[in-house]
Design a protein around this ligand. Structure first.
Ligand code: TXA
Ligand code: MG
Length: 337
């Protein structure tokens, strides 16, 4: 079976055919690569869980072309329509009560389903050709770093990787915002590229809160079952610091850091003085711009991991806008959330 496809018309048709026949295929979205399958086909969905080694208690996002296709799997209310009008197609996932046609394996037996309309032109073309909703978790092994390039998918799954459609590097770089719309107050279950500020601008301030698990100090069980503390984890241990000053002080006090330690800086202008002997730096962006950091984050974690460093060090960003989502991923990558 052919396993690497491009974004040509011929390959898109072939990929759509594979999906229609119940196969799984990794596709680019604007956030990260997703491992797609027919959302309403139980066998196809099971293949995704098996390939990812994902526990069945972690539900999948169903991807749709538009609100009209979303109606096949849920009943959008007025607020959904307002949010979809503002943010779809784009990186906003909405959790709503599900319709009976959605198999339990997709939603992990929950009465709700998570839906989003991706903006990536290739994913949209495949949705159009398939003509049915596609479930797609990030195309990585469970708990590991998400893929932002086709090569990352192949690297994650190894030689027997599922078919991949290479649509180039993804633009946003971190996964969609997950928003629970099942209660009167909107709850952000996973912070992402559509920020609380963006949502408040459309829906009003009082109504948008964060799930407790999203708060660094939150200790309750998350409402979003996939939000486990250990996620997005590189193979090497990662230590995070509240800000660059705290990272700088740590380095000054621990000048004997293990040889090969990699210090992830926010921009290429962040200089560390002194840079401890035997350590290296890797910058997450050229400019320090948070959007650019989001785009590069997972690729940098993978790049660092390839050198098998004994330790990775990184400071968090200012806790606002997309910085909040980046910090969420960094904290989970460090296993402390
Ligand atoms: O940007 C994205 O969202 C990417 C691309 C491929 O679309 N997908 C993605 O999927 O990140 P995944 O499976 O890695 O993360 C889905 C998240 C998990 O945290 C899961 O627990 C949550 O969405 N989720 C799915 N269905 C849910 C539901 N019914 N209620 C609450 N959380 C849900
Ligand atoms: Mg994931």
């Amino acid at each position: 079976m052919k396993r690497l496809f491009g974004a040509t018309n011929e390959d898109c048709t072939a990929v759509a055919e594979l999906l229609r026949s119940g196969e799984i295929v990794a596709l680019p979205t604007e956030t990260v690569y997703g491992l797609a399958c027919l959302a309403l086909n139980e066998d196809a969905v099971s293949k995704v869980f098996t390939a990812k080694k994902r526990p069945l208690c972690d539900p999948l996002i169903v991807h749709v072309e538009d609100v009209s296709q979303a109606r096949e799997v849920c009943q959008p209310d007025e607020r959904t329509l307002t949010l979809a009008e503002a943010f779809w197609p784009g990186p906003l996932t909405i959790v709503l009560p599900k319709k009976d046609c959605v198999p339990d394996v997709v939603t992990s037996g929950l009465a709700t389903v998570a839906v989003r309309s991706p903006s990536h032109p290739v994913f949209r073309e495949i949705l159009r050709l398939v003509g049915a909703p596609l479930a797609a978790p990030s195309a990585n092994l469970f708990g590991k770093v998400s893929p932002t390039r086709a090569e990352h998918v192949m690297e994650s799954f190894g030689q027997d990787h599922p078919p991949v459609l290479d649509g180039g590097p993804t633009e946003v770089g971190i996964e969609s915002t997950v928003l629970d719309l099942t209660e009167p107050r909107l709850k952000i279950l996973r912070p992402g590229p559509i920020t609380r500020e963006d949502l408040v601008g459309v829906i009003g301030g009082e109504q948008v809160t964060y799930d407790s698990s999203v708060n660094p100090s939150g200790k309750d069980r998350p409402s979003s079952p996939g939000l486990i503390p250990h996620h997005y984890q590189p193979d090497s241990p990662l230590m995070t610091f509240p800000n660059p000053q705290a990272l700088g002080s740590f380095i000054k006090e621990n000048i004997d850091l293990p040889k090969g330690t990699i210090i992830l800086t926010h921009s290429m202008n962040d200089t560390l003085d002194p840079l401890p002997h035997g350590t290296n730096t890797l910058h997450l962006s050229e400019s320090g711009n948070p959007e650019e950091i989001a785009r590069n984050l997972f690729g940098c974690l993978r790049q660092a991991d390839r050198k098998s460093p004994p330790l990775l060090l990184c400071s968090l960003l200012t806790e606002k806008g997309i910085g909040r989502a980046i910090n969420d991923r960094l904290r989970r990558a460090a296993g402390k959330c």
